[in-house]
Design a protein around this ligand. Structure first.
Ligand code: FAD
Ligand code: SF4
Ligand code: SF4
Length: 480
């Protein structure tokens, strides 16, 4: 092993080639190239094969990282793919968009002193190679089961569950209110982080595996949850969280101030070739505008980088805490800075100015005070520190909450928590309704793709356990 592995002392960390910022600003292509085979093997060989791999512990899917790194270093890519696919439904997606600096790579033991193994890039390389080589094949279950499962939501949680259930032979139908499959993977996350073909080839694979999709179908509006329960033996709700948080400040209703997801969805739809009126009219296009984005999470980072690519005159990100305390990935901030985004740390909007549409954001400087009950320092406004920032387009990226699901789904007995997320029994993942399970953001609150995949896989396992027990019980009763 020593020959191929443990090379972190002699081999420096090298990410795949990154396109120069001037080029990136002009298009929506992904910013990293793929590793050449030898480079992937070399970088995988930096792993020290830890006895207690902290990378694996801190990956929500507990991917068997040291083993697939070793197989990659040895050139045994098909085995590496099989091992990687055993724990992760969409490894090439996680390899692209997981905040690795907070998860696997941030906990790699060689990070301090030698820089982490480039786990995400190797993961992406393995599965992209598998697609090229034809190793990724539709599911052919060993036996078909008669029971059917209905899944509400074609985001990563719903799709991961669909894939796992189909593997076990269940008849699976996924319902989504959108016209495309993928949830935030298709309409939220921009192409420069995750090319849409990567999501669409997964959709095709699921279709070839005989997973059914009913699109343009909003559960609650087009079909009541009760009807779905009658149609299927079990239901999984995986419909994400979409209610955008707002800000109460004078002038917030002025034209030109829009929710981040409306803006990103319009951009993604435009990129996919759809005619988007609000984009064509310029309302949701940043071209030639001074853009101010409010927030410091992943959504804010996607907005600033999209605005740069659309040809904005200037792009500023206003965040009330400092760089160290922002929720978004530090890697994303670095990409954004390289692409010309200006971060205005420790600043909060106080009012929006303009006659017929927004023209300026009045911001105030913030001082981080004493930590609150959660341990985070409380932002406090510094008196007389106002500044007016020019803005033709203001994007509100302040987070998301769940909608009022019991009303929307016409299911008053569906129990929710104080945060309006769906309440589940964490052992069974079942909601207050018999045979109705839930997973992903709608249970956790706005989170990450990798957690949605983990939840979807876990939910599939629990649904299988519940359906199997039910079938056994029915067989016993029939025998009596
Ligand atoms: P979603 O992906 O939201 O999917 C839910 C699906 O349910 C949607 O397709 C929706 O149309 C459908 N639906 C909703 N209501 C109904 C209904 N009543 N009937 C039928 N269908 C319905 N995470 C990362 O790990 N890395 C990132 O880089 C990253 N970037 C992000 C960027 C943005 C702009 C946003 C908003 C989020 C980002 N996230 C990122 C978070 C990540 O996208 C989510 O955590 C993840 O998609 C949640 O998956 P989900 O399946 O629970 O929900
Ligand atoms: Fe890292 Fe995400 Fe892959 Fe896990 S799934 S190994 S956290 S990139
Ligand atoms: Fe390899 Fe780093 Fe994981 Fe250790 S923590 S097994 S060095 S990738």
């Amino acid at each position: 092993m020593a020959e191929r592995m443990l090379k972190f002392v002699s081999t420096p960390q090298a990410m795949p080639e990154k396109r120069p910022p001037a080029e990136r600003r002009r298009d929506f292509e992904e910013i990293y190239a793929r590793y050449a085979r030898e480079k992937a093997a070399e970088q995988a060989g930096r792993c020290s094969q830890c006895g207690v791999p902290f990378c694996q512990i801190h990956c929500p899917l507990h991917n068997n990282i040291p083993d697939w790194l070793k197989l990659t270093a040895e050139g045994r890519l098909e085995e590496a793919y099989e091992l990687s696919a055993a724990t992760n439904t969409f490894p090439e997606i996680c390899g692209r968009i997981c905040p690795q600096d907070r998860l696997c790579e941030g906990n790699c033991v060689i990070e301090k002193g030698f820089q982490a193994v480039t786990i995400g890039s190797v993961e992406k390389f393995i599965t992209d190679t598998a697609w090229d080589q034809g190793w990724v094949q539709p599911i052919r279950p060993r036996r078909e089961r008669p029971e059917s499962v209905g899944i509400v939501g074609a985001g990563p949680a719903g799709l991961a569950a669909a894939e796992q259930l189909r593997r076990k032979g269940y008849q699976v139908t996924v319902y989504d209110r959108y016209d495309r499959v993928g949830g935030l993977l298709i309409y939220g996350i921009p192409n420069f982080k995750l090319e849409k073909e990567v999501v669409q080839r997964r959709e095709q694979l699921l279709r070839q595996s005989k997973v059914g999709f009913v699109l343009n179908c909003e559960v609650g509006r087009d079909v009541p949850l009760g009807e779905l329960r009658a149609r299927h033996d079990a239901i999984l709700i995986a419909n994400g969280v979409y209610k955008a948080r707002d800000i109460a400040a004078p002038g917030v209703a002025l034209p030109g101030i829009v929710p981040a997801l409306d803006y990103l969805t319009a951009s993604n739809r435009h990129g996919l070739g759809d005619a988007v009126e609000a984009f064509e009219s310029g309302e949701l296009d940043a071209k030639g505008k001074h853009v101010v984005v409010l927030g410091g999470g992943d959504t804010a980072m996607d907005c600033v980088r999209t605005a740069v690519r659309q040809g904005a005159k200037s792009v500023k990100c206003l965040y009330r805490r400092d760089r160290a305390n922002m929720p978004g990935s530090q890697r994303e901030v670095k990409h954004a800075e390289e692409e010309g985004v200006e971060f205005v740390w420790l600043s909060a909007p106080q009012a929006f100015l303009g006659k017929t549409k927004v023209s300026h954001v009045r911001s105030v400087r913030i001082h981080l005070g004493m930590p609150d009950a959660t341990g985070r320092q409380t932002p406090q406004e510094i008196p007389n520190s106002h500044k007016n920032i020019e803005a033709d387009l203001v994007l509100k990226a302040l987070g998301f909450d769940p909608e009022d699901l019991p009303s929307l789904m016409a299911a008053p007995d569906l129990a929710v928590t104080g945060w309006r997320t769906i309440k589940i029994d964490w052992r069974s993942m079942m909601t207050s309704l018999d045979g109705v399970f839930a997973a992903g953001d709608i249970v956790r609150g706005a989170s990450l793709v990798v957690w949605a995949i983990r939840d979807g896989r876990d939910a599939a396992e629990r649904i299988h356990g519940w359906l199997t027990a039910k079938a056994a019980e029915a067989a016993c009763l029939a025998a009596d």
